[in-house]
Design a protein around this ligand. Sequence first.
Ligand SMILES: Nc1nc2c(ncn2[C@@H]2O[C@H](COP(=O)(O)OP(=O)(O)OP(=O)(O)O)[C@@H](O)[C@H]2O)c(=O)[nH]1
Ligand SMILES: [Mg+2]
Length: 261
Amino acid sequence: MTELDSHDHTNIASNNDIASDNDVDHNHHPHLTGAVTMPPTAAELLDLAIRATTAYRREDLGARLAVTRRRLLDPEVRVLVVGEFKQGKSMLVNSLVDAPVCPVDDDLATAVPTLVRYAPEPSVVLVGDDEHQRRPVPIDQLARHVSEAGNPGNRERLRHAEVGVPRTVLSGGLCLVDTPGVGGLDSAHGASTMAVLPTADAVILVSDAAQEYTGPELDFLRQAMKMCPTVLCVLTKTDLYPLAAASSPIRTLLPPWRPTA
Ligand SMILES: Nc1nc2c(ncn2[C@@H]2O[C@H](COP(=O)(O)OP(=O)(O)OP(=O)(O)O)[C@@H](O)[C@H]2O)c(=O)[nH]1
Ligand SMILES: [Mg+2]
């Protein structure tokens, strides 16, 4: 996945390079003046790469490139909110949109991913195993379907819930995804969270200040940084543990920060 993402960025960078190369060509080869060749778009370069994966029998890479292509063309900015159990993921989403959308409670664990995006009126749609199974429900029934208490082990076999809220912060295409807590990378929820990482534009790892980052959290961060262009860490419950917020091992994962000129 590292390679995929770095290729993705390289493609965009090469796109710019190609654009400037064309300028250079025109300057150095006057006979080409007038034959304006548009540089390929990033999507066209991805199409070419996808065809190459078929030619070279690397369908596995083709599937990953197809996900990247979808992400590139989708105007929505999808931000996954992930973390271990009870770290405050749902509360963070609610705070960001300033609405009590996702169920928050010590006893109400999130069981189904919940996509929160803009809508002129509040709305909830439950999406089944098959993406075409879409069932609108009243917004006050959301908790019953997405929480462990109302839908234990996701026995309703929902793929996710889609919540629409009239909030300006979402109106530009931001989509926040509240996810079930992961009990380590190798748990069922951990595996499904890892599987959707390549579809995200950004990931927020939520961890409370009660303890230092755990081994699984650090493992997750390392993986996420390879698979997703933007990874953020949010420390919650600093009102309860203010001193813990001052020190964090996260900086050891990151390249040294340098001020820009
Ligand atoms: N004091 C304090 N409590 C918080 C904070 N964030 C979350 N909580 C509490 O922590 C508990 C769990 O919060 P949730 O938002 O449901 O946590 P979650 O990560 O979504 O939990 P799961 O979906 O079960 O994994 C709730 O009782 C919240 O009120 C915070 O910043 N400070
Ligand atoms: Mg939750």
